[in-house]
Design a protein around this ligand. Sequence first.
Ligand code: HEC
Length: 135
Amino acid sequence: MRCSFQSVARVTLCIPPNLLPKHSWTALMNDLENHFGDDASLDEQTHQTILAFLVKNSAESSTKEASLSFLNSIGNKDIIAMTHTSFWKHAHQEVPTTLFAHEKIKSKANCKACHSDVEKGLIEDDKIKNISDFN
Ligand code: HEC
């Protein structure tokens, strides 16, 4: 995996904890054998350390605008991928779908390719790369 920030118990997380609610993190962590097509299983102790970290720093504990937006968009729904939320889809409706396949991006989930501050969970407008840079 190429994503590289928040290192908890020597495991790299791709998504800042404050962009998903507790129940999404719990669901995601309980199904790591099928982690978006990868087997990401961890030993029990590492699993518990990471889950505790994610739950403690989840969207519910954040005052960031993006955290609140994801929280509201997910609600009680069984969503573990931010890209499946109506908020995310709405925020990216102007972004051409073909761009996500660009060699420097590769996936919608590669937030960092376009949001240089995503590891801080901020996603500020002025930190969003100009999508024409990828052409
Ligand atoms: C291909 C580049 C690209 C990728 C990959 C991408 N985004 Fe974005 N995102 C954008 C652009 C461009 C905008 C601004 C769209 C606009 O203003 O019309 C945006 C807007 C947003 C916004 C709204 C910001 C605001 O203040 O309105 C959020 C939140 C966001 N993205 C989160 C994410 C997350 C989380 C991921 C990863 C799961 C992600 N994005 C992946 C390009 C991207």
